[in-house]
Design a protein around this ligand. Structure first.
Ligand code: NAD
Ligand code: UFG
Length: 338
């Protein structure tokens, strides 16, 4: 199939191009580069050994999007484009709602006008809020999202469900990602956050390389085995492969389908620090800080549905994730340089 990746120059999108290519699909990328660099695509080209068609445009730009659909025969869209920083979304709610919602409205409208009704949407474990049950299955009710970013994911899931309900020709796959970390084993592409990282793994790698003095561990008084927050970390290459599996559901005309993409294992913040130190033979200085507002104690999934229906299962372990995250950081101490 020919797949349009919105936000395909970003962290998850760039890794997904490689998995799509391996599976024999062709891609087109649209990205406005508001949180990424074109260099990521140059590096993907190096890895796959072929050019990646790229259109620099905003998904909210109806004309530009229409032009893409008129130029290429797009069979399905993987919709990664969106703003994703939880803290920033609390400071700039309007920008987050405006970007994430409008980009999706424009995209869906342009898709249907051009007769493409197959979409995979990047959702998030955040839609479960403080989860009603652990491990989290897809049947677990959605919860209260404590930030505008999470709200956009939850609201857009409902929009996509309604669109599919009104017109059953649509095939909509909602992928609820748990916590992606790691990088492609080449060390050429990886996570390249702007400014001070919000997420745990880039903070760890930047501390290990000396850009940050020490890691702050946000709370050690949660009801977890060591008191620190527990999450379901998944290697970004496994997550990328999950999109290829989801395309098979689309080919089988799945209608609406929802999948958790995680490993099913929960690791605490200190488990991750220990695994990182052990795997890479490094020390990561840290100190305990107060809890971060909006954080929950424990979040990990039951990934059985994706295994049963898509034949997809995570392959990599926490040690692999720590090794590959470090490999990217050490090869790219300043991220992507153009
Ligand atoms: P990312 O920021 O690296 O990639 C998103 C890309 O979208 C960026 O390249 C950015 O430039 C682009 N973009 C944003 N708004 C755009 C617009 N209006 N038009 C065109 N391009 C636009 O983020 P990522 O980690 O690769 O995440 C991809 C998707 O997965 C996002 O929707 C994110 O919310 C979701 N997600 C990410 C995580 C995570 O922890 N990384 C977890 C759950 C869900
Ligand atoms: N943490 C620290 N110190 C840091 C950063 C994080 O102790 O400097 C802790 C957090 O308190 C949490 C854990 O590490 O317990 C993971 O935090 P992240 O910020 O890496 O990830 P979150 O689980 O908070 O959220 C991430 C994405 C969301 C997404 C969610 C899906 O940021 O967008 O995963 O599970 F929705």
């Amino acid at each position: 199939m020919q797949i349009l990746l919105t936000g395909g120059a970003g962290y998850i999108g760039s890794h997904t191009i490689i998995e799509l290519d391996k599976a024999g699909h062709t891609v087109v990328v649209v990205d406005n580069l508001c949180n990424s660099k074109e260099e990521a695509l140059r590096r993907v080209e190096k890895i796959i050994g072929k050019p990646v068609p790229f259109v620099r445009a905003d998904v909210r730009d109806r004309e530009a999007m229409d032009h893409i659909f008129k130029t290429y025969t797009i069979d399905a869209v993987i919709h990664f484009a969106g703003l994703k920083a939880v803290g920033e979304s609390c400071e700039k709610p309007l920008e987050y709602y405006e970007n994430n919602m409008n980009a999706t409205f424009v995209l869906l409208d342009v898709m249907r006008r051009n007769g493409c009704k197959n979409i995979i949407f990047s959702s998030s474990a955040t839609v479960y809020g403080d989860p009603a049950q652990i491990p989290i299955t897809e049947e677990c009710p959605k919860g209260h999202c404590t930030n505008p970013y999470g709200q956009t994911k939850s609201m857009l899931e409902e929009v996509l469900k309604d669109v599919q309900k009104a017109d059953p020709e649509w095939n909509v796959v909602l992928l609820r990602y748990f916590n992606p970390i790691g990088a492609h084993k080449s060390g050429l592409i990886g996570e390249n956050p702007n400014g001070i990282p919000n997420n745990l793994m880039p903070y760890i790698t930047q501390t290990a390389i000396g850009i940050r003095k020490e890691l702050g561990v946000f709370g050690n008084d949660y009801d977890t085995p060591d008191g620190t927050g527990v999450r379901d970390y998944i290697h970004v290459c496994d997550l990328a492969a999950g999109h290829v599996a989801a395309l098979k559901a689309i080919e089988k005309k799945c209608g609406l389908a929802i999948y958790n993409l995680g490993t099913g294992h929960g690791y605490s913040v200190l488990d991750v620090v220990n695994a990182f130190e052990r795997e890479n033979g490094l020390k990561v200085p840290y100190s305990i800080k107060p809890r971060r507002p909006g954080d929950i104690a424990t979040c990990y999934c039951n990934p059985a549905k994706a295994k049963a229906e898509l034949g997809w299962q995570a392959q990599y372990e926490i040690g692999d994730m720590c090794r590959d995250s470090w490999n990217f950081q050490k090869n790219n101490p300043k991220g992507y340089e153009e």
